[in-house]
Design a protein around this ligand. Structure first.
Ligand code: ADP
Length: 124
């Protein structure tokens, strides 16, 4: 059997990582010290969606995604912005709703860190 070593970047070693079937880590990412995005599995309820009520999803798209996610899993993580330890989602609305409807507790996210100014920009 092949042995492999999981190389965890120094910047990620300050919090616990646990591997999941899709290779993402679980828990708070505190996105990498170099400011680059990190891929993590976040609890659905930890992601705020400030624009959710203003943008309606296409129910047909959501249903198709639910079927596909059940069959092959989420293939492309949703983009999430982290500002002062709070997570905000502005896109990936159909994937997010598909996860909610499937009752999945977590969703794979590409998290990048931003400032309050970045957040204000998204809310405009
Ligand atoms: P969203 O609002 O989530 O971005 P879209 O319908 O605009 O919804 O796009 C769906 C996205 O979901 C596409 O970028 C597609 O690549 C991605 N995706 C991720 N996982 C799957 C999957 N299992 N089946 C289908 N599409 C998927």
């Amino acid at each position: 059997m092949a042995n492999f070593v999981l190389q965890v970047p120094r910047t990620l070693r300050s919090f616990s990582l646990s591997a999941t079937s899709n290779g993402a880590s679980v828990g708070g990412p505190q996105s990498g010290g170099n400011g680059g995005p990190v891929i993590v599995e976040l609890p659905i309820e930890q992601i705020r969606r400030p624009l959710m009520r203003t943008r309606a999803n296409d129910p047909h798209k959501v249903k198709e995604l639910m079927d596909s996610i059940e069959e092959i899993g989420l293939q492309v993580p949703i983009d999430v912005l982290e500002v002062d330890g709070v997570y905000y989602g502005f896109s990936g609305c159909h994937r997010y709703e598909a996860h909610q409807r499937l009752g999945l507790p977590t969703i794979r996210c590409k998290v990048r860190r931003g400032t309050k100014e970045t957040l204000r920009h998204h809310l405009r």
